[in-house]
Design a protein around this ligand. Structure first.
Ligand SMILES: [Ca+2]
Length: 493
């Protein structure tokens, strides 16, 4: 038994010796490291100690190689004829139980058992620590690979989301594209069809306007020709004249037409229309409205001197039809100051209904007294607007519309009863004419001429009742067709 055990031990020893020699005699490491004594670096394998010089070297990276080339290549080697000459003799191996090789090329003596043990123990330590290190690294690697997997999953999810979003965006873009195409077609159609027709319409409008302008130009040219010779009244003025129309009537002038009057010897004679038929005649026309042919929104100076057309001829070259005019405040003042004077105010609506207001006393003071108005003794059918104010109003509102005793006002001379800090707030500016405005009127004979009668605030220039108004008969929003004022020296009948 003992012999068998010792033989077994020897066998085992030999096998160990062979394996260690194999480990030590691997020839493919760096030659520089060959000189390193075994003892000093004993705990580290020669191949494991290769510190990296970070200042001079790049950190190694893996470079995946393509798979080895396959196919083709060499043909099989031709069989060589056996070479003649020296032949090595057979190697003689030592005895099975010995530790020395018979041949020198087989190396050195085997280590002793103790050396083997020590080496084994040392190797085990280093292997253990290496295995430990490796297991740590494997652990870290597995952890890292886990987080890496999570990261990859996240990236994949994001990629899916992005893909979806990209799809959505493409849908939106294609929708917009469709819409833009539709718009483009619409605009193109409009450009091709609508605009040319609109241009044609506009061109015809322009042509019409051009024709109208040409007509107007022709009309203006003919008027200019007419006016080259001085504009004179072509009708004859009757020989008979007087201080005023009643004087002329009494001298025999009994037809209603234009006459020359001269109130006193210091003033020049002037033309006036005399009404010799109404209420026994003898009336001097001081104001007339009938067709809107003359504008009454005029200055103080214009009202002072008078404006408009006294009369026009119709037959026998006599000016027997009055025009629209204002005789002039200076003349009216002079005429009414010769002696007691009465005034007849006649009016007509657009249905040819007529009413009148007559005042037995009518005096206008001179310019120094702002042509102040005074009236008395009303009689008539129109309503006493000038002395009592508008019949539709009551109390203070009514008294504010009384005209008697008011000064004369024009848009450039404010003498009205409306005391206001704002200079634009003036009766004459708002109500269209020169008149004895209070705040502001019950009657507005010199207002704007409205065709047809009824008008409204949105037709008025300032939203006020600026028509030819006699409130007590037709209210504020009816502009009369005809309005006239005639004076005559008062005399008992
Ligand atoms: Ca005022």
């Amino acid at each position: 038994m003992f012999k068998r055990v010792s033989i077994m031990k020897l066998l085992l020893l030999f096998l160990l010796c062979v394996s260690i020699l194999k480990v030590q005699s691997q020839p493919d490491y760096d030659p520089e490291d060959v000189d390193t004594p075994m003892g000093e670096e004993a705990s580290v394998d020669v191949r494991g100690h290769r510190p990296l010089d970070k200042s001079r070297e790049l950190r190694p990276t893996l470079r995946p190689a393509p798979p080895p080339i396959s196919g083709g290549g060499y043909r099989p080697r031709p069989t060589k004829p056996p070479t003649s000459g020296k032949q090595k003799g057979p190697i003689v191996y030592p005895d099975a139980g010995g530790c020395k090789h018979a041949a020198d090329e087989l190396g050195v003596l085997c280590p002793t058992g103790c050396e083997l043990q020590m080496t084994l123990v040392k190797q085990e330590k280093s292997v253990k620590s290496t295995v430990h290190d490796l297991s740590d690294k494997v652990h870290i690697l597995s952890k890292n690979s886990g987080s890496f997997q999570v990261y990859v999953t996240t990236i994949e999810e994001n990629l899916v989301k992005r893909k979806k979003q990209r799809g959505d965006n493409q849908n939106v873009v294609s929708e917009y594209n469709t819409e833009i195409e539709q718009q483009y077609h619409f605009i193109k159609e409009s450009m091709d069809n609508n605009i040319p027709s609109a241009i044609r319409v506009l061109r015809s409008v322009v042509d019409n306007l051009h024709k109208k302008i040409q007509k107007l130009e022709a009309a203006i040219a003919s008027q200019m020709d007419n006016c080259r010779s001085p504009c004179t009244v072509s009708c004859n003025i009757p020989v008979v004249s007087g201080k005023e129309c009643e004087d002329i009537f009494r001298k025999g002038g009994e037809t209603s037409e234009m006459y020359l009057i001269q109130p006193d010897t210091f003033s020049k004679p002037y033309k006036v229309y005399c009404d010799m038929s109404t209420e026994k005649g003898g009336w001097t026309l001081i104001q007339n409205r009938q067709d809107g042919s003359v504008g009454f929104g005029r200055t103080w100076d214009s009202y002072k001197r008078g404006f408009g057309n006294v009369a026009k001829g119709r037959e026998k070259k006599y000016c027997n039809t009055p025009g629209e005019y204002w005789l002039g405040n200076d003349k009216i003042s002079q005429l009414t100051n010769i002696g007691p004077t009465e005034v007849l105010i006649e009016m007509e609506d657009w249905d040819n209904n007529k009413v009148s207001a007559q005042y037995g006393g009518f005096t206008i003071r001179n310019e120094a007294h702002k042509y102040q108005l005074s009236l008395s003794n009303y009689k008539g059918t129109a309503g006493n607007a000038l002395m009592e104010g508008a019949s539709q109003l009551h109390g203070e509102n009514r008294t504010m519309t009384i005209h008697n005793s008011m000064y004369f006002s024009t848009f450039d001379r404010d003498n009205d009863g409306w005391i206001h800090a704002d200079p634009r707030k003036q009766c004459s500016k708002e109500d269209g004419g020169g008149w004895w405005y209070n705040r502001c009127h019950a009657a507005n004979p010199n207002g704007r001429y409205y065709w047809g009668g009824q008008y409204s605030w949105d037709m008025a220039k300032h939203g006020t009742d600026d028509g030819v108004v006699w409130m007590n008969w037709k209210g504020s929003w009816y502009s009369l067709k005809k309005m006239s004022m005639k004076i005559r020296p008062f005399f008992p009948q």
